[in-house]
Unconditional design. Structure first.
Length: 158
């Protein structure tokens, strides 16, 4: 965000799906799932000009059971985002903040090429990869004998 935007607004908040300073950058939720994490954190921070000058208001967590697919994951993430904002609004303006210390890691941006599966690995080994890929926007795929194949995953409707 530009310094001008930050100066024009009294308080600009960012909700980030990680336990900052861990998993800074892009797609923090997806990267955590790829690392087999089920306990996912959400951080509510103040947007500031300085890089890594974290001012944090809240951190909470939620647990995924490991069977959720992309749409379900996004829905749960949205509910948790609303919960952390609600916590902030209930306590505002008497909200305590603290500076976060630490470097953490930085996640690179994910692109459609990151949805490629390895045909030499089992479905079980790649299940988390399958479940984070969006069936329409960036579906899972693999190449075999020079041909690209697309795989979409859905749960059976009961």
């Amino acid at each position: 965000m530009s310094e001008n935007f930050l100066q024009k607004n009294e308080l600009v908040l960012i909700a980030h799906s990680s336990k900052l300073p861990k998993d800074k950058g892009f797609a923090p939720l997806q990267y955590q799932i790829l690392r087999n994490k089920n306990k996912i954190y959400m951080s509510l921070i103040k947007a500031v000009k300085e890089v890594d000058a974290w001012v944090i208001y809240f951190q909470n967590s939620f647990v995924l059971n490991g069977t959720e697919l992309s749409d379900e994951i996004r829905s749960i993430q949205g509910i948790q985002l609303l919960n952390i904002i609600k916590m902030f609004l209930i306590k505002y303006p008497n909200v305590k903040s603290k500076k976060l210390i630490g470097k953490g890691n930085f996640n690179k941006r994910r692109h459609s090429k990151d949805s490629q599966l390895d045909i030499n690995k089992t479905i079980k080994q790649q299940f988390n990869h399958l479940r984070i890929n969006d069936n329409e926007l960036y579906p899972s795929f693999f190449y075999y004998k020079g041909q690209k194949y697309i795989i979409k995953i859905f749960k059976e409707k009961k």
